[in-house]
Design a protein around this ligand. Structure first.
Ligand code: NAD
Length: 253
């Protein structure tokens, strides 16, 4: 197999929430494969720009609160204006709220659903419109979760949103595959980021989680680099509507 299939040189990837955690690692993985990166972040992305530049690629920093409605098309158009095109959208930004379902507040429900699911739809729609206008197809990769497959505990809005991401990925793939747009998702397992700090700090939960990961360790953000490059590249051109688990075997257990 030619590694050219995975070559992203000349492509522009938009990555949401890439100033930290999994988004940052995926942005670096894409840059390593040759893509220029446009980050959409609520706040600064520290040294990501210089790390992308060190790989010989361009990093453009756009700012937005993605839970606010209405600015999506302008954001995607601004991203495209930086190089004249966009080729890849990675819907990574996401939040979690942990509380017993019986005590869950309306905002813990709404805030999570808005960013993790509704914003994913709005940005995907804006990107698809752009891809159609450009006439070259495109790649959308959503970030799902183990809780796209299972219920979890004390995270009702997160589970609902990430189960929705899996369904939305399939629904959009069905409509957009004929347009040359691949819509897929990555479902990270238990990864070592801010998002899971509370779990890792709880010795009992930490041990229980580790006990059911066949790989015997938490995932590191860099573990996602191979999957994101694959789904963003020509190697995945006949892959549509799939959610790829990168989980150390957790789902297989
Ligand atoms: P993180 O908290 O380190 O990163 C989340 C990112 O989303 C940050 O860049 C943050 O600034 C951004 N963000 C939050 N609210 C935003 C808003 N309103 N507008 C724009 N950006 C916003 O967490 P992470 O673990 O890197 O999570 C990244 C994605 O991976 C999320 O969708 C998360 O649900 C998913 N995920 C994480 C794990 C894990 O184990 N860490 C597992 C499965 C899925």
């Amino acid at each position: 197999m030619s590694t050219g299939l995975f070559d992203l040189a000349g492509r522009t990837a938009v990555v949401t929430g890439c100033n930290t955690g999994l988004g940052r690692a995926m942005a670096l993985g894409l840059a390593q494969a040759g893509a220029d990166i446009v980050g959409i972040n609520r706040s600064g992305s520290a040294d990501l720009g210089s790390e992308v530049a060190a790989l010989g690629r361009r990093y453009v920093d756009l700012r937005a609160d993605l839970s606010e409605r209405g600015g999506e098309q302008a954001l995607i158009d601004a991203a495209a204006a930086t190089s004249g095109r966009i080729d890849i959208l990675v819907n990574n930004a996401g939040i979690i709220r942990r509380r017993a379902a019986i005590d869950f507040s309306e905002s813990d429900w709404d805030d999570v659903m808005e960013l993790n699911l509704s914003a994913v739809f709005r940005l995907s729609q804006a990107a698809a419109r752009r891809f159609v206008a450009q006439g070259r197809g495109g790649k959308i990769v959503n970030v799902a979760s183990m809780l796209s497959f299972q219920g979890g505990v004390r995270v009702p809005s997160y589970t609902a949103s990430k189960s929705g991401v899996l369904g939305l990925t399939r629904a959009l793939a069905n409509e957009w595959a004929p347009l040359g747009i691949n819509v897929n998702a990555i479902a990270p397992g238990y990864m070592d980021t801010n998002n899971t700090a509370e779990l890792r700090a709880d010795a009992q939960r930490n041990d229980a989680i580790l006990a059911r990961i066949p790989a015997g360790r938490w995932g590191s953000p860099a573990d996602l680099a191979g999957a994101i490059v694959f789904l963003a590249s020509d190697a995945a051109s006949y892959v549509h509507g799939h959610t790829l688990a990168v989980d150390g075997g957790w789902l297989a257990r």
